[in-house]
Design a protein around this ligand. Structure first.
Ligand code: GLY
Length: 389
């Protein structure tokens, strides 16, 4: 439980009340959709199962677990079974992903931890357990033993010029908790071993000397040698993509929770202290700490994930407890004051979320996964979250 003042407790309660008031209306309106983004206050729907390839927008879209995740968190917080019923709509629709198969990649953790595994953890649903284990097998099957990393994406994407079979990305730290869960569930060490080998590689190759974090590292898929880093979703090669930094802060903290390996805590701390040192005066997080003054894009997702990471770390590193707790609370308060839409008549909570600095459709919009991490962090502060990761 995180120690917070009476004043902050009231703020958390009031903010969660506003979230519930909104999400109750949004849940009813959303019906059978699996939303990814709210455009002009209306959710899109990524349920289309005729779309097969990576980077397309159908049922295999990597964020499709987060709507269910919000529903499970709110079910747990409110006890209202209508959230559970809605969560199960996306979980069941996503069964189609397994037979489509080709669009699936390492993001199966993001997809099935907040849906099937959450369902199993909360209700003991045996079908959900099966889905979670199937997803874990897919993730484990992406392990490259030469480079000791989990392959991120797939080839065969229309328009792709070079193979990405040697690419690992920092985001995967949030997929490997699926492997920790599978090992715990099956009492079989294989999955955890793969997760730890990948996390060891991430700690060694992704955190730079100054604590900033690489997004993509390419390894030779046959020898395992590091080949180069790529700029990925940040501004440029060698720059500091903020969301990648937050996947490292929170992701290494989660790996530490599952393994108690000190190296992961050190990696999380290094990334966290670097992030803290670069937060702008207004506490609005840019897409990249090294982006130019113009064009300037923000990423509220990075702020929300960072908040969760700081709050988690505040409970793990006693000498940094106050600094990390204050950072987590300040990030959330800044989002709530400046970047949140709590109006029940519109879909989506957070604004100014950005997928990629050089993206086209995904700059400064709403993302369902940003809303998920915002709500999760508030529940963490309230001591009421479902542990998804
Ligand atoms: N793949 C996760 C992200 O875009 O941050």
């Amino acid at each position: 439980m995180i120690n917070i003042s009476q004043e902050d407790q009231s703020w958390v309660k009031d903010t969660l009340d506003r979230v519930i008031e909104k999400m109750e209306a949004v849940r009813q309106r959303t019906g059978e959709k699996i939303p990814a983004v709210a455009i002009n206050g209306t959710y899109d729907d990524r349920s289309d199962s005729s779309v097969k390839w990576d980077m397309d927008n159908g049922i295999n879209w990597w964020t499709n677990g987060f709507w269910g995740g919000i529903m499970w968190q709110l079910y747990h917080y409110t006890g209202d079974s209508r959230y559970m019923e809605t969560a199960r709509i996306s979980e069941e629709k996503m069964d189609k992903c397994f037979s489509l198969y080709y669009g699936l990649h390492h993001d199966v953790g993001f997809m099935w931890l907040p849906t099937a595994v959450a369902d199993y953890r909360l209700t003991g649903n045996k079908e959900s357990r099966k889905r979670g284990l199937l997803a874990a097998q897919l993730l484990a099957g992406r392990f490259n033993s030469a480079g000791k990393f989990i392959r991120a994406w797939n080839d065969n994407v229309p328009g792709q010029k070079e193979s990405n079979r040697g690419w690992a990305i920092i985001d995967c730290l949030f997929n490997i908790p699926l492997l920790y869960w599978a090992s715990e569930e099956m009492e079989d060490p294989r999955f955890k071993e793969i997760a730890m080998l990948h996390a060891d590689t991430a700690a060694r190759y992704f955190i730079r000397e100054d604590g900033s974090v690489r997004h993509i590292v390419e390894f030779d898929p046959f020898t395992g040698e590091m080949v180069r880093e790529l700029g990925g979703q940040g501004y440029a090669e060698g720059s500091s993509w903020t969301r990648g930094q937050t996947w490292a802060i929170y992701g290494f903290a989660v790996s530490y929770l599952h393994t108690k390996k000190e190296e992961y805590l050190k990696a999380a701390r290094k990334a966290a202290d670097r992030f803290l040192s670069r937060i702008p005066e207004d506490w609005h997080i840019p897409v990249d700490f090294d982006q130019p003054a113009s064009p300037h894009y923000e990423d509220s997702t990075a702020a929300a994930v960072a908040a969760g990471g700081f709050l988690e770390l505040s409970q793990l590193i006693p000498e940094r407890e106050e600094a990390y707790r204050n950072a987590g609370i300040r990030l959330l308060k800044t989002l709530a004051a400046d970047r949140c839409d709590f109006c029940p008549e519109t879909d989506g909570i957070l604004s100014r979320c950005t997928g990629s600095y050089h993206g086209t459709w995904d700059r400064e919009i709403n993302f369902v996964y940003a809303d998920y991490y915002f709500i999760e962090a508030l529940l963490k502060l309230a001591g009421r979250e479902v542990k998804i990761w």
